[in-house]
Design a protein around this ligand. Structure first.
Ligand SMILES: [Zn+2]
Length: 411
């Protein structure tokens, strides 16, 4: 751990540089809250709503900032007091061989991060979200959600971790094999997630027959988009925030709508929102993003393979030798700045896709009005920042700010 080790410098930039960039972006974004609401949003955010919104955004930033500072503080103290070296020595002393040792180190670091974050999650849910009237989660649901999450992480994460450690421990072409393995895993998860994983947390029920269901099937038929089933999801059990999504592929495709969306939106608005989602499919946005993600993963695994062979990389964290599992834990810190860069690209692409899907929806329903109204409602109900700072948009926004979307829709 010395400044003459380039890996140490890279890790410092990764950890401290990205933290300060985020902090700076947040400050700029918060400063914009004191601006008057842009004229096109005046009816969405009347003075009274605006005050609520400023209050809500400041409150939730307080939680995320305290969380980040705490995680950073603990990481730096652990790192600079030789914690990683100590953890590795302890894990090896159990005498279980490199793969199990690696998985144990990965699992411990994941658990530590999750449990350090947990009080902040609770503060966010029961402090901030409750105070602003969003939260519907009970303490019981919160706790069972946490343990279900941990069980899933163990069930899916441990075998993947074991496979990755094994590849990099034993294979010359480890990065390539790991890439193929992870690509397969991602495809499997896309298929499994709505069928097996989401039902662990949410209840899916077939939508009752009626005007809305007829309108949805009519739209799907008009746009030549096969839909097998429309489900309603009990999002209201956790939050008042609304959502809609598609699950599955081709003829087995299901549409899932949050019950909260049904409560707050008209049939025309819901149909327009679904036309937007169908637009994503028709414009091939899903495979495009998947390919981008796979490319980024190739870059990441290539770099990882290189880092794992350099004793300097491990020395930067006070670890001796080249233990693979520990390397997977530490690599995240080195990769952070690059991750920000690839994130900028991916998010810019995603925002472009949103404009395309909006344009598709406008054409599909023959008017911009229902989507405009629907988007305004969603934005108001989520108390979204009316005019986020461009730096925050670049770093975090997968959707363009509402003002830009509305302007594009009316063009
Ligand atoms: Zn979209």
């Amino acid at each position: 751990m010395s400044l003459s080790n380039p890996w140490f410098i890279a890790a410092l930039i990764g950890v401290l540089g990205v933290f300060h960039l985020e902090f700076f972006a947040t400050l700029l974004n918060l400063a914009r809250l004191s601006r008057p609401v842009p004229p096109s949003l005046a009816e969405v955010f009347p003075e009274e709503t605006r005050e609520k919104l400023v209050d809500y955004i400041r409150d939730s930033k307080k939680v995320s900032f305290t969380r980040e500072v705490t995680l950073l503080g603990i990481l730096i103290v652990f790192w600079w007091s030789g914690g990683f070296g100590w953890l590795q020595t302890w894990a090896e002393s159990q005498g279980k061989g490199p793969v199990i040792t690696g998985v144990v180190v990965l699992a411990i670091s994941m658990l530590a991060q999750t449990w350090i974050s947990l009080p902040f999650d609770a503060w966010d849910t029961f402090g901030v979200e409750s105070r602003h009237g969003f939260n519907k989660t009970t303490l019981g649901t919160f706790i069972t959600d946490h343990f279900k999450g941990l069980a899933l992480m163990a069930l899916l994460g441990l075998p993947v971790a074991a496979a990755l450690v094994w590849f990099f421990q034993t294979q010359t072409w480890a990065a390539l094999y790991a890439w193929l393995f992870l690509a397969g895993f991602i495809l499997l998860m896309t298929w499994l997630s709505p069928r097996v994983i989401m039902p662990v947390f949410l209840k899916f029920q077939p939508m009752e027959d009626g005007e809305l269901k007829d309108a949805i099937f009519a739209l799907a038929q008009k746009l030549d988009f096969p839909v097998a089933e429309v489900s309603v999801v009990d999002g209201s059990r956790r939050s008042t925030k609304a959502n809609a999504f598609f699950a599955g592929f081709g003829k087995t495709r299901r549409i899932a709508l949050y019950d909260t969306l049904l409560k707050s939106h008209t049939t025309e608005e819901i149909v327009a929102i679904l036309a937007h989602e169908i637009g994503h499919n028709k414009c091939r946005h899903v495979p495009t993003m998947l390919i981008l993600n796979l490319l980024e993963m190739a870059l990441m695994l290539g770099l990882l393979g290189w880092a794992l062979k350099s004793p300097g990389f491990f020395a930067a964290f006070g670890v001796s030798g080249t233990p693979v599992g520990m390397g997977l834990v530490l690599f995240g810190m080195i990769y952070k700045p690059l991750g920000v860069l690839t994130g900028l690209l991916g998010l810019a692409m995603s925002r472009k896709h949103e404009f395309e899907a909006d344009a598709y929806a406008r054409k599909a329903v023959g008017s911009h009005q229902p989507l405009t109204d629907g988007l305004k409602k969603l934005s108001r109900d989520h108390l979204a920042h009316p005019e986020p700072h461009p730096l925050t948009v670049w770093l975090h926004y997968s959707h363009p700010p509402l003002v830009e979307r509305l302007a594009a829709l009316q063009r």
